[in-house]
Design a protein around this ligand. Structure first.
Ligand code: IPM
Ligand code: MG
Length: 370
């Protein structure tokens, strides 16, 4: 088979390289067993790039990401780089990639798998069967708004400034991604802001309503203040299907939704750009979890979120639904069989490390492909 699928792998820092190793094994498995080959490149990002090249997101990495069909991202950051000036922070690695590739729609599914119902901090009945999708705007809002910085006032006191700013086009395009998803799912969508206190929130609510009315009258749209949404996610999460939110609110709510599922170690995400005339779009896939410096290098990190991010990549960038579903099923079967990494331990389960988890996923893949 021709290796026409160009994949850029950016393991980054902390547990990133460890969990990415398990994806590499699945990629090799696909080559062998499914006759699917990727043209694989590996690049530097985050602290690893800072150490090697003095920048958390070197131009060469951006260049290669622009040329790839899809980017598989690990995680960035760690205490080693904590004291650095703001422009050198490893986190800028992911922020620059989102911006330069125009990846404005960050899809963060939160799915409670049956074997993990007990791993959630909420009662089983509250989370059993939970399946929601947070669509987070990811190239605008307070993450990038100007003015920003820390200035010194005439009285010698410092003032820190960030700006929440959204144009109606930025709101409308991410709303459309969420509406399209809602249509394919249960036809329900909740738009989240704080229109009660923020001007950009008022505009957000107005624009989402307009797009809904004129283009998606079949989708049942509701609006919710972000604080209320956080509360509702903890008390009655199953009322939601698709949630669309700004960069900052989406960041907060997606960590919260992750906790509902039992562990950040389970959740994948996709960040998509706008399709061009041929339907091709830039896309980056990454776990919702961070670099987890406290457990890095110990071989105990959960590789599931990274594996499931690769499954999302197959589905969204290459339309390989069957292979994506196979990886998702393999992960679920391993969990159902009782193997667990430390973050998702439950009663009567066996604790294993990253690579044993990877071995088990490969065994299940073998069975599924047989
Ligand atoms: C995320 C992370 C990032 C963000 C950090 C690492 C910059 O928290 O992807 O949710 O805030 O977007
Ligand atoms: Mg976050």
């Amino acid at each position: 088979m021709s290796a026409n699928k160009k994949l850029l792998v950016l393991p980054g820092d902390g547990i990133g390289p460890e969990v990415m190793r398990e994806v590499r094994r699945v990629i090799e498995w696909m080559d062998r067993r499914r006759h699917v080959s990727f043209a694989l490149e590996e690049g530097l990002v985050g602290g690893a790039a800072l150490d090697a090249e003095g920048s958390p997101c070197p131009d060469a990495t951006v260049e290669r990401a622009l040329n790839a069909d899809a980017v598989l991202f690990g995680s960035v950051g760690g205490p080693k780089w904590d004291g650095l000036p703001f422009e050198k922070r490893p986190e800028l690695g992911i922020l620059r990639l989102r911006k330069e590739l125009g990846l404005f729609a960050n899809l963060r599914p939160a799915l409670v798998l049956e074997p993990l119902v007990d791993a959630s901090s909420l009662k089983p009945d509250v989370v059993r069967g939970l399946d929601l999708m947070i669509v987070r705007e990811s190239t605008g809002g307070i993450y990038f708004g100007e003015p920003r910085g820390v200035e010194t006032l005439p009285n010698g006191k410092r003032r820190g400034i960030d700006t929440e700013v959204y144009t109606e086009d930025e709101i409308a395009r991410v709303a459309r991604v969420a509406f399209d998803l809602a249509r394919k799912r249960t036809g329900k969508m909740t738009s989240v802001e704080k229109a009660n206190v923020m001007q950009s929130g008022r505009l957000w609510r107005a624009v989402v309503s307009e797009v809904g009315k004129s283009e998606y009258p079949d989708v049942e749209l509701s609006h919710m203040y972000a604080d209320n949404c956080a509360m509702q996610l903890c008390s009655r999460p199953k009322q939601f299907d698709v949630i669309v939110a700004s960069n900052l609110f989406g960041d907060l709510l997606s960590d919260l939704a992750a906790a509902l599922t039992g562990s950040l170690g389970m959740l994948p995400s996709a960040t998509l750009g706008a399709p061009d005339s041929s339907g091709r779009r830039h896309a980056l896939y990454e776990p919702v979890h961070g670099s987890a410096p406290d457990i890095a290098g110990k071989g105990i990190a959960n590789p599931c979120a990274q594996l499931l991010s690769f499954a999302m990549l197959l589905r969204w960038s290459f339309g390989m639904e069957e292979d994506a579903a196979m990886i998702e099923q393999a992960v679920e079967k391993v969990l159902a069989g009782g193997l667990r990494t430390a973050d998702i331990m439950g009663h009567g389960t066996a604790r294993v490390g990253t690579s044993v988890m990877g071995d088990a996923v490969l065994r299940e893949l073998d069975k599924l492909a047989a």
